[in-house]
Design a binder for this molecule. Structure first.
Ligand code: PGA
Length: 255
């Protein structure tokens, strides 16, 4: 499928930033800047600000995502939040498998898969993150790592459910470092992931899948990255906290 027929998706991963009043202020500033966006726009604040964001964005074109969820429906899992709890609150998406969760919180390909399944079962859309470390890139195993992470994360996911998944290619070495993958590197990796998905679900399903690039994407480099055939959007960290910058990236994706 031609890139022009795929929905561009720009998502802001706020990470552990912003209080509820700050969330309101940021969204008030952002809303007028992106209200006419023709691409899909999602903001992902911390758990404590999700309800604030859901009510501030009710009736707008901006959707709200969480940054993680647990795989169980409920139970003795102190400190965790289930996918069903998010869905009930009006959250529509959840980021799963972000490299910071893999690096700092013991997330594995297997737990990523369990969370993906739980999110889909609860009715959420998933932004599934995959990406290689610098040493893996230097060992020239980027394609293998991306294939492995993608295949394990999607175990048990049906072709129909794939329609609720966006994959974010986020090279670990580019996240929060100011070091961006070149547009060629991003496109090659996103194209490789699309090939893996085609092997699992067929060309047509893979052709309809939105694959984002994430890692120091900003207002200045967004157009070049988003102009590539396999890069269908962005997962934005630092720049998503600045409304004008985030809006500029949205504008670049809507061209
Ligand atoms: P960054 O973060 O844009 O600050 O590099 C991206 C991400 O971690 O999703």
């Amino acid at each position: 499928m031609n890139k022009a027929l795929r929905p561009a998706v720009i998502a802001g991963n706020w990470k552990m930033n912003k209080t509820r009043p700050e969330t309101k202020a940021l969204l008030n500033e952002l809303l007028p800047l992106v209200k006419d966006a023709t691409c899909q726009v999602i903001v992902c604040p911390p758990f404590t600000c999700l309800e604030t964001a859901v009510s501030a964005l009710a009736g707008t074109n901006i959707k709200v995502g969480a940054q993680n969820c647990h795989w169980a429906d409920n139970g003795a899992f102190t400190g965790e939040v289930s996918a069903g709890m998010l869905f009930e609150m009006g959250v529509s998406h959840v980021i799963i498998g972000h490299s910071e969760r893999r690096q700092y919180f013991g997330e594995t390909d297997e737990t990523v898969n369990k969370r993906v399944r739980a999110a889909l079962d609860a009715g959420l859309g998933v932004i599934l993150c995959v990406g290689e470390t610098l040493s893996q890139r230097e060992c020239e195993i980027t394609g293998d790592i991306l294939a492995l992470q993608t295949k394990i994360a999607l175990m048990g996911v049906t072709g129909k459910e794939l329609g609720r998944i966006v994959i974010a290619y986020e090279p670990v070495w580019a996240i929060g470092t100011g070091r961006t993958a070149t547009a060629e590197q991003a496109d090659e990796a996103c194209g490789g992931i699309r090939g893996v998905v085609a092997g699992l679900y067929g060309d047509s399903a893979a052709g309809g899948l939105a694959i984002q690039y994430g890692g120091s994407m900003n207002a200045a480099n967004a157009s070049e990255l988003l102009g590539r055939p396999h890069v269908d959007g962005g997962l934005i960290g630092g720049a998503s906290l600045k409304p004008a910058d985030f809006a500029a990236i949205v504008a670049a994706a809507c061209q």
